[in-house]
Design a protein around this ligand. Structure first.
Ligand SMILES: C[S@@+](CC[C@H](N)C(=O)[O-])C[C@H]1O[C@@H](n2cnc3c(N)ncnc32)[C@H](O)[C@@H]1O
Length: 359
């Protein structure tokens, strides 16, 4: 039995996947990401982990092995972006983004983990009429791994959000797919109101570092985890024009349908429905309107919809625009990029069982 499986987190972002791993009892021994803003958050929340900022293309896993004084780890996880695969299914070897997933292979060769897990958008399955997945799977098989995959939907695991993501799992021993993935929960889905109604006292252009009321639901209680200071709860300052636009969008509808005669083309925003799970949280905060206020949700409200507990603090710029957008990874983007920690925890608790039984 492995007391505390060791894990390397590649493309760690702010640490959504890492938080689930930690809660599932894993020891994170190394994390890498390119972005300094995301890593500010990561380092604050995981002070014990060896964190390296840098382009994975330029990182030598043998150096990492020396640095962390380990020749092997039990698990490697990677939330690699896969935009480098063209929709025609032909991988363009000159597109630097294609090489990102290949970089995972070089870590597998050095650390020989028993299991690796890659997370990506479920659209990856149909990309290039399935050829992209075939390429990825072949590459991992060539590295000696048995590969399987499954789409997991966050709302089926107690998270107040519809979010389908594909998890590709490779293992050094053949393991049936149904043993690797957690089974969806049978309980009622958690709604937006269940998740954030205790935070909805904030109007526009306001902030609070204290809670005004006690948690109202089991989910809110779970998320607060005894936290005393309310972090990242600052609301946006919208112009009267924007507020008026938002006010015309009813819950569960988007601007495209609600504002047919609007003077603007920017109508993609959707008003959260209090009694339903949220739409997928994206990297753009303007995509969602609070269920009862005429404002976008705060960073903390977004974090709740992604199942980040309130003691997880987000650092770096809250939001950015213009030229900065290309380089920085503001708090909203860090959240939109993340694997919901509760989903990660459930997946890796199941994978712990696999490690115990099969290795
Ligand atoms: C989908 S996000 C990962 C989210 C993370 N797994 C989580 O759960 O919070 C992808 C990450 O890949 C990082 N990234 C993109 N290109 C990279 C590169 N060349 N080297 C290292 N990291 C890179 C981005 O900065 C981003 O944080």
């Amino acid at each position: 039995m492995i007391a505390k499986p060791t894990v390397i987190d590649l493309f760690s972002g702010c640490g959504g996947m890492s938080l689930g791993l930690e809660n599932a009892g894993y020891e994170i021994v190394y994390a890498n990401d390119l972005n300094g803003d995301a890593l500010k958050t990561y380092k604050h929340n995981f002070p014990e982990v060896v964190v390296e900022q840098g382009d994975i293309n330029e990182i030598d896993p043998r150096e990492v092995s020396r640095r962390i004084k380990r020749k092997s780890v039990d698990v490697i996880v990677a939330g690699a972006p896969c935009q480098g695969f063209s929709t025609s299914g032909k991988r363009n070897p000159n597109d630097p983004r294609s090489k990102l997933f290949l970089q995972v292979g070089k870590f597998l060769k050095v650390f020989k983990p028993k299991i690796f897990v890659m997370e990506n958008v479920s659209g990856l399955l149909s990309m290039g009429k399935g050829d992209t997945m075939k390429t990825i799977i072949k590459n991992f098989k060539d590295n000696g791994y048995h590969v399987t995959y499954q789409v997991l939907s966050a709302d089926e695991f107690g998270i107040p959000q519809m979010r389908n993501r594909v998890f590709i799992v490779g293992s050094l021993k053949p393991i049936p797919t149904e043993k690797i993935f957690p089974k969806p929960s049978k309980s009622k889905p958690v709604s937006v109101k269940d998740a954030i109604s205790d935070l909805s006292f904030l109007g526009l252009d306001d902030h609070s570092d204290t809670y005004h009321i006690k948690p109202l639901t089991p989910y809110q209680k779970k998320m607060r985890k005894g936290t005393k200071t309310l972090h990242n709860h600052k609301s946006a300052k919208h112009s009267n024009k924007i507020q008026k636009r938002f006010s015309k969008v009813p819950p569960g509808m988007d601007g495209r349908n609600a504002l047919k005669k609007s003077d603007t083309l920017k109508r993609d925003y959707y008003r959260l429905h209090p009694n339903k799970t949220s739409r997928t949280i994206t990297t753009l905060p303007e995509d969602l309107i609070h269920y009862k206020e005429n404002r976008i949700p705060t960073v903390r409200e977004m974090a709740r919809l992604q199942s980040f507990p309130d003691n997880f603090v987000f650092l770096g710029p809250r939001t950015t625009g213009g030229r900065q957008r290309k380089f920085s990874c503001p708090q909203y983007t860090q959240i939109g990029n993340a694997v919901p920690p509760m989903l990660s925890e459930k997946l890796f608790k199941q994978i712990s069982k696999v490690l115990d039984i099969h290795f």
